[in-house]
Ligand binder design. Sequence first.
Ligand code: SF4
Length: 334
Amino acid sequence: MRTYNIPIFVPHKGCPYDCVFCNQKRITGTQSEVTADDVRSIIENCIKTIKIKDRYVEAAFFGGSFTGIPIEEQTSLLFAANEYLKKGLIDGIRLSTRPDYIDITILDNLKRFGVTTIELGVQSMSQEVLKKSNRGHTRDDVIKAVELIRKYPFKLGLQMMTGLPADTDERSLQTADDIIELKPDFVRIYPTLTIKDTFLEKLYCNGDYMPQTLDEAVELAKKLLMKFEKNNIQVIRIGLQATGEISESGSVVAGPVHSSFRELVESSIYYDIIADSVSEGAERAEVFVNPSELSKATGNRRSNIIKIKNEKNIDIRVCPDKALKKREVRCVCY
Ligand code: SF4
């Protein structure tokens, strides 16, 4: 079954603070307020384009702090989405929000309108990083929100960022450990990008903030991905979705932007596995992987093949083998 989100962006709606890295209007490419009629037309237009029958579709309120919006407005937007849920045209409603805007009244209202999935922007579990990023909530707010959400039948996703002001690799890895303890159903990992017209841009231009390099961000995301996978927590996204705005020619001033960030991370995992599998002193090797993993094993622009040649002086050829599972590698060295 294929899963689809119908994105309905409510940029910066319900946000009591300006997080230093955030300019949702630029990130989402949406400038105007969303009304209940907009919700209806977005769902109707989008649903027509999904032709597959075996599907699971959620209307997804992203880009703001949904539960920070006045409750009457939340209700009006949810009511519109719920009409399509009742007709069986969509299967659920998901939304993203902040941990400090979760209470029983809010959750009861979300349940009433058929919300299925809540995503909380945790970003970091380091108090200092949260403060420097002007998040306006604490790590305890995250823990309390998760405890409360778990009393309801919602699916729960937690989002974390790396490379925030005052952040370090150790703090990000600790954040991942804390998130694992909270047992979410899935996570998202976003390396921080410096976006135009944000406070982070000012910090960066004044020399008070140093973004991660692409290599640093990939290396850290790799460790995080492996930690979550080891704990059976699905990572549904790594890196912001590339768009005209989310690109170096768009609104990204600095930071580890790449249109296939996740692919870089997964390829880097393959590099480590292949480098461990080839025998020292071999001249060449055939590296077998599952056919669906060929491009990840080869690396972006053949980066893994080139790196193995440069670092170990071995010519490798990546070959398909249906019998192998994801991340399983069989090496024949000559
Ligand atoms: S809470 Fe989310 S949407 Fe609101 S300013 Fe912060 S990052 Fe942006």
